[in-house]
Design a protein around this ligand. Structure first.
Ligand SMILES: Cc1cc2nc3c(=O)[nH]c(=O)nc-3n(C[C@H](O)[C@H](O)[C@H](O)COP(=O)(O)O)c2cc1C
Length: 156
C-alpha cells in the first residue's frame, strides 16, 4: 500500500487536513496541486483527493486534476474529501465537487468541516463571509470523526 494525498487549499485548512491524513496512513506522499501538477500516479495504490468549497465550488485545479487523470484514478483505491462550512449544503457540495464516475468508484467520501480564518481572507472574502454567513471572527468546525472515518475506510 502506497498512498498519495493530493489536495488544493486556499487558506490552509485543507492542507492541515491532508497532512493529518498523510500522518496517519503508512507510506504516504502529500502533494499540493497548486505547487505540483505533474504526478506519477503509477507510484500509488491508494489516492486521497481533497479541496475546499468557496462560493459553492471546489478549486479548479482539483476539478482539472480529476478530469485529466480519470482513467488512472479509476484503477486505484480512492478517497475523496472536501472542507466546507455551510452544513445544509454539504451533500450537494460534495456531489458537485468531483466527477460522478469518480464519486461512484470511491471507497470513501467525506465532508470534514472546515475553518473560517478571517486573518487569511482578503477584503472581498471578508465582506462575503460577513454578508452570507454573518462571520466576523475566525472559527473552526473541523470534524475529526469524519477524518478518522475516511482514514479507516480507505485502509480497508
Ligand atoms: C470567501 C469564502 C467563501 C466560502 N464559500 C463557502 C461555500 O459556498 N460553502 C461552504 O460550505 N463553505 C464555504 N466557505 C468555507 C470554506 O470551505 C472553509 O473556509 C474551508 O475550511 C476553507 O479551506 P481552505 O483553507 O483549505 O481553502 C467559504 C469560505 C470563504 C472564505
Amino acid at each position: 500500500m502506497k498512498t498519495a494525498v493530493i489536495f488544493a487549499s486556499s487558506h490552509g485548512t485543507t492542507e492541515k487536513v491532508a497532512a493529518q491524513i498523510a500522518n496517519e496512513l503508512p507510506n504516504t506522499d502529500i502533494i499540493n496541486l497548486k505547487k505540483q501538477s505533474k504526478i506519477d500516479l503509477d507510484l500509488y495504490t491508494h489516492i486521497v483527493v481533497g479541496g475546499s468549497i468557496h462560493a459553492g465550488q471546489i478549486q479548479g485545479v482539483v476539478k482539472t486534476f480529476c478530469k485529466n487523470n480519470m482513467v488512472k484514478l479509476l484503477e486505484k483505491q480512492i478517497g475523496l474529501f472536501i472542507c466546507a462550512m455551510n452544513e445544509p449544503d454539504y451533500d450537494t457540495e460534495l456531489k458537485n465537487a468531483f466527477p460522478e464516475l469518480l464519486m461512484n468508484h470511491a471507497k470513501t467520501k467525506k465532508v470534514v468541516g472546515g475553518e473560517f480564518l478571517v486573518e487569511k481572507m482578503n477584503f472581498i472574502e471578508k465582506f462575503l463571509v460577513k454578508k452570507i454567513a454573518g462571520v466576523t471572527e475566525s472559527q473552526s468546525k473541523i470534524n475529526n470523526e469524519k477524518i478518522h472515518e475516511l482514514i479507516a475506510e480507505i485502509s480497508q
